[in-house]
Design a protein around this ligand. Sequence first.
Ligand code: PBG
Length: 327
Amino acid sequence: MTNPVIRPRRLRTSGALRSLASEIRVHPAELVLPMFVREGADARPITSMPGVMQHSIDSARRAVVEAAEAGIGGIMLFGVPEVRDAIGTGATDPKGILNVATRALVDEIGDALVVQTDLCLDEFTDHGHCGVLAADGHVDNDATLERYRDMALAQATAGSALLGLSGMMDGQVAAVRETLDVNGFEDTAVLAYSAKYASAFYGPFREAVASTLVGDRRTYQLDPANRREGVREAQLDIDEGADIVMVKPAGGYLDVLAAVAAMSNIPVWAYQVSGEYAMIEAAAAQGWIDRRRAVEESVLSIRRAGADAVLTYWAVELATWLKEERA
Ligand code: PBG
């Protein structure tokens, strides 16, 4: 028996050495907070997402100031309208909740952080799908693109700096890019939810936006079995002119994230979704895991797999912890 010559443990002997040997760090600037703003209502909690609110415009204003003070990079806005219809009229109405909230928050915060908007119809349609329906009930891809073009104009006009295309229609990036460009919004950026999977982990989000969906989104969102197809979707979005591509959910799809990060020549983001949040919160509430360590490790793992930035409901709290640790 000879003693080992190679001893990886050497670099783990002290906190100082471990810190110096650390490959990845999470920084507040690369965190984005998703936020829900509800029309005509006081702020109210979301039961399945403890600590997350459906905001009123006023409480959203306070939250965005707090977010900027914490040093995070941006917010991603979702609107919860009072009235819905077949084509999602509220999404393109300048007086629709998402567009009103966008204007209010841009006005409140300037460019202290990046105000971004979800570009998808599901919060605004009475059937809850991400697009408009054809006569036979299927989601009509090309008719939906026309709605997305109008939605992009409404959001860019309201002051959104980055449009998050989460509807998973074919050709959505090219369509939105073209409409933005011919209307003088060349500088409005596009975040493509490229590899967005038909996931059970969006469960709590459906409560957050009071979703009316019956059925599922499997004819447009990706099959969780498919990694190669996720990479293909990212490549198509890069070719169509996306500024950033995204993988969603994050935790269960780190292999897809790593594959997209390996091929992409533009930033790659990941969305740690509502179910990922709810699972850690629920287990921590039982005392079964250490909440802070689990939150930090979950986001670190997403960064390690290749995400340049992470959308997470813990963005502000995590940024606050990170500041403490550096101080
Ligand atoms: C669709 C959209 C969804 C989420 C973000 N954008 C839901 C869905 O596709 O069903 C989920 C986010 C989350 O679960 O945190 N506009």
